[in-house]
Design a protein around this ligand. Structure first.
Ligand code: IPD
Ligand code: CA
Ligand code: CA
Ligand code: CA
Length: 262
C-alpha cells in the first residue's frame, strides 16, 4: 500500500472525526472519569468509532492502537495509532484547544502523521522522508537560536496529581527561568505541530503515550525538529520522555532538562 493512499484515507478519517468533535463541542455531552483527573467524554468515543470504521473500510486487516479501545487486530506490521481527541480536559471545559491525531506505523516505525485541529481547520501532515505540511503548504521549525528568546511548551501527566511532582516541577522551573516564556496548552499533538511550524521553539513532556506523540513527532521531525529523550537519546513512541526542538536550541534544552538531580 503506498503512503499517499494511507495518508488520503487517514485524512478522510481525521476530517470525519473533526466534524463529530465540533458538533459535540457546541452541544451537550456526557463526561466520565477514567481516573481521579483523567476524563473521557462521549465525543472521545464517537470520534474513535468513526476513525476506526473509516480506516477499516479500506484497510480491514490493519492493526489499530487507539486510546479508548486499546489494541485490536494482531497486525503489528501495519498499525494505526489513534488519539481521537487529544486535549480532553480542554474539550470538557469548552476550551477550543484539542485535536484528532492519527498515525500509520509500519513495523513500529511511523510513516504517516496527521493532526487535525477542527476548530481552526488546520491540518498538519507528514510522510516520512517527504517533509511536513500545514494545509498542504510546507512548514519548517523556527530559527530561534537562544533559549532566552524562545517560547517553549510543555505538559504534565495526569499522574502529576498523585505522583512525583518534584522532578517535573524542577524541570519546569529551570526552563521558565531560562526561556522567554513557557506555555501549557493541554494537547501534546498540537504542541508538537506548533513546534513544527515555528510557533513554539521547543516542547518537552514525560509519561506520554504512543497515541499522544506518534503523528506529532513525525510532523515535527519532518519539519526539521530534533526529537529525542531528555538526555539526547533516541526517541521512540513508547519512550516515556520526549523533547522536540529546533536544532539550534535542542542541545541547550537537553542541558536544562537532563539535570543531575532530576
Ligand atoms: C493529554 C494531552 C495533554 C498531556 C497529557 C495527555 P488526552 O491527552 O495530550 O496535553 O499533557 O499528558 O494525556 O488525554 O487529552 O488525549
Ligand atoms: Ca492524548
Ligand atoms: Ca485522547
Ligand atoms: Ca485521555
Amino acid at each position: 500500500m503506498d503512503t499517499q493512499t494511507l495518508q488520503r484515507i487517514g485524512i478522510r478519517a481525521a476530517y470525519r472525526a473533526g466534524r463529530i468533535l465540533n458538533d459535540y463541542f457546541v452541544g451537550e455531552f456526557k463526561i466520565n472519569k477514567k481516573g481521579t483527573i483523567d476524563l473521557v467524554t462521549e465525543a472521545d468515543l464517537a470520534s474513535e468509532k468513526m476513525i476506526v470504521e473509516t480506516l477499516r473500510e479500506t484497510f480491514p486487516d490493519h492493526g489499530v492502537l487507539a486510546e479508548e479501545s486499546g489494541a485490536s487486530g494482531d497486525n503489528r506490521r501495519d498499525q494505526w495509532i489513534i488519539d481521537p481527541l487529544d486535549g480532553t480536559t480542554n474539550f470538557a471545559h469548552r476550551l477550543p484547544i484539542f485535536a484528532v491525531s492519527i498515525a500509520y506505523a509500519r513495523d513500529d516505525q511511523v510513516e504517516v502523521g496527521i493532526v487535525f485541529h477542527p476548530i481552526s481547520g488546520e491540518l498538519f501532515t507528514a510522510i516520512r522522508g517527504e517533509g511536513a505540511r500545514l494545509n498542504d503548504q510546507p512548514i519548517r521549525v523556527s530559527e530561534t537560536a537562544q533559549v532566552r528568546d524562545s517560547l517553549l511548551v510543555t505538559g504534565f501527566p495526569y499522574t502529576v496529581a498523585t505522583g512525583d511532582t518534584i522532578r517535573p516541577m524542577a524541570r519546569f522551573a529551570r526552563c521558565l527561568a531560562a526561556a522567554q516564556g513557557v506555555r501549557r496548552l493541554g494537547s501534546a499533538a498540537l504542541d508538537l505541530c506548533y513546534v513544527a511550524c515555528g510557533r513554539f521553539d521547543g516542547f518537552w513532556e514525560e509519561h506520554l503515550k504512543p497515541w499522544d506523540t506518534a503523528a506529532g513527532m513525525l510532523i515535527a521531525a519532518e519539519a526539521g525538529a530534533r526529537v529525542s529523550d531528555f538526555s539526547n537519546g533516541p526517541y521512540h513512541i513508547r519512550h516515556p520522555e520526549i523533547l522536540a526542538a529546533n536544532p539550534h536550541l535542542h542541545p541547550a534544552l537537553v542541558t536544562l532538562l537532563h539535570n543531575e538531580d532530576s
